[in-house]
Ligand binder design. Sequence first.
Ligand code: ATP
Ligand code: MG
Length: 239
Amino acid sequence: MLVLENVTKSYDGKENAVDRLSLTVKAGEIFGFIGPNGAGKTTTIKMITGISAPTSGRILINGIDLAASPVEAKLNFTYVPDHPEIFSSIRGIDYLNFIADMYEIPVAQRRARVEKYAKTFALYDELDRLISVYSHGMKQKLLICGALLPNPRLFILDEPLVGLDPLAAKKLKDIMREHCRQGGTVFFSSHLLDVVENICDRVAVINKGRLVACDRLETIKEESGHNLEQIFLELTKDA
Ligand SMILES: Nc1ncnc2c1ncn2[C@@H]1O[C@H](COP(=O)(O)OP(=O)(O)OP(=O)(O)O)[C@@H](O)[C@H]1O
Ligand SMILES: [Mg+2]
């Protein structure tokens, strides 16, 4: 579903923020992407989502080369960024309709889906208000609703649980699991190792731009005999 081949990013010709990163995320799995601050997680996600071009390497989404066919590739995923920077001068409902228009979701279907997700995240009664008056968590939840609306094959999230209240976090984790049960794929970064340990099928660890582990969680734990926190600290002790 998602393939990275030797993906490298150098900002301003400096040391590579992401260095020859190769990984494959299979359809139907929840894939956790972890690593210390500054390791290159957001940079990688920005390249996967086409926000930032790799310096070298190739990204395939559902078999489509992102650089060669960006729009076609992008129709296969939606994305929730780490900071909910979002149009502030429109209402929540306008934002969701905009997303629905972009993904050409029929009107009848979009009403039902907007209601479902906005109610799930206790946002339904806020949709007529301007985004500028939303709290940080409300903006985050609006972005999540927008990303869920098109029912994407691949759901990409950068530190999605930061800023969410415990109920919203639980609902999002349930949705991520359900999405995969129905054949969808989730790729997300997080610093919450207990969450990663609980919901991921496979995990990749990045340190200083390089992949230092990528495997099934059980395999990594069995091989080392440690929990994910101990493994993380060992793999990234030079960070
Ligand atoms: N726009 C930019 N210009 C120059 N350097 C950048 C830029 N964005 C990120 N970097 C650098 O790239 C490296 C990786 O940063 P990135 O944001 O990808 O880390 P991260 O793993 O997401 O960290 P965090 O856990 O803090 O979110 C860091 O050294 C950072 O300073
Ligand atoms: Mg980041």
